[in-house]
Design a protein. Structure first.
Length: 112
């Protein structure tokens, strides 16, 4: 009497246990999917942040290149100006030497 009803009850308990284990496995799978999506979201956020920084870095490199070109141009102009000043300085020194020679000649001529 109790045999067949016990089998039915035991089968019901076993079936419930399988359903519970199945649900736990399902819940575990859902949790894994959610964790994977969270990891993907974090990776995307990191990538976007790096892309923004990369864009900023590219802009900084462009600004540095523009500054470098401007400074190179200014340096070339300063070197050209320095050459002009050296040429002018040599010309002034030559004229001063000529004037001193002329003054010495006049003084020597007046002393005699």
């Amino acid at each position: 009497m109790s045999g067949p009803s016990n089998l039915t009850n035991q089968g019901d308990v076993s079936d419930r246990s399988d359903v519970t284990n199945h649900m736990s496995g399902f819940d575990h799978a859902v949790k894994r999917v959610i964790d994977a999506l969270d990891a993907l979201d974090a990776a995307l956020e990191t990538r976007l942040e790096n892309d923004r920084k990369g864009g900023t870095l590219a802009e900084q490199i462009h600004v540095f290149n523009v500054d470098r070109a401007r400074l190179a141009s200014e340096l070339d102009a300063a070197r050209a100006r320095a050459r002009d000043l050296e040429t002018g300085n040599r010309e002034a020194a030559r004229r001063i030497d000529e004037a001193m020679s002329a003054i010495r000649a006049v003084i020597a001529a007046n002393q005699n």
